[in-house]
Ligand binder design. Structure first.
Ligand SMILES: C[S@@+](CC[C@H](N)C(=O)[O-])C[C@H]1O[C@@H](n2cnc3c(N)ncnc32)[C@H](O)[C@@H]1O
Length: 201
């Protein structure tokens, strides 16, 4: 009974987050780009990006396929993606890295299959009770879909250290994102969100 309730409460917040992400991501997708959305879930973000940027093609890869996705999705075991180096123009990881036990390994793999850009939206463990506040957000967003949480989030120094392994240039970095509708941003903290775009090594 709790899962359907969480899904209902989460829906308007998720839709707002998606609009914000589309606005942030589309300027980084060139015309006709082939894009991979790693950990795409049902493919809502990929579908919204294709509507916002006609000609861009988004496909997904998932370690846990949901079925009936909105974009083409390839299942894999979560470590080695089934594409050669430099296959995609851009690779997206939207709230995925903090779900993986080895974030750097997954980030390296995303960078490997990208020709150029890697786009990250994730959490940022900075500020008062950040660990506890993000854990609550993460649980509320994922429990309804049975997505397991690791409850391990990076602070800014950890993000920059990790990017140092895979990036030649950070094109954009935001340490605050208005992911939620206005009141929720005040309550839950825009500073708990991290967005960056980098050019792979
Ligand atoms: C919070 S959901 C985000 C879904 C989607 N990116 C979105 O923005 O709506 C995290 C997803 O990452 C997936 N995931 C976790 N580790 C992964 C990995 N190593 N490779 C691919 N997907 C992974 C999970 O199965 C889950 O569907």
């Amino acid at each position: 009974m709790i899962r359907p309730l969480l899904r209902t409460l989460h829906k308007p917040i998720y839709e707002h987050r998606q609009q914000v992400l589309v606005r942030l991501i589309t300027p980084h997708l060139g015309p006709g780009s082939r894009v991979l959305d790693v950990g795409c879930g049902f493919g809502h973000l990929g579908e919204a990006l294709m509507k916002a940027a006609p000609g861009v093609r988004v496909e997904g890869v998932e370690s846990v396929r949901r079925g009936n996705e909105l974009i083409p999705v390839t299942a894999y075991e979560g470590t080695r993606m089934p594409w050669p180096d430099h296959t995609f123009d851009a690779v997206i990881l939207a709230d995925v890295l903090h779900h993986d036990d080895d974030q750097l390994r997954l980030l390296r793999e995303a960078a490997r299959v990208s020709k150029n850009r890697v786009i990250i939206k994730d959490h940022l463990r900075e500020g008062l009770l950040a660990q506890q506040r993000i854990s609550l957000l993460d649980w509320a967003a994922n429990a309804g879909y049975k997505v397991p949480c690791t409850y391990r989030y990076n602070d800014l120094r950890e993000w920059r250290d990790m990017l140092g392994h895979v990036a030649t240039e950070v094109v954009e970095e935001r340490t605050s994102v208005d992911v939620y509708p206005v009141v929720f941003n005040q309550l839950l903290g825009r500073g708990l969100h991290y967005f960056s775009v980098f050019v792979r090594k």
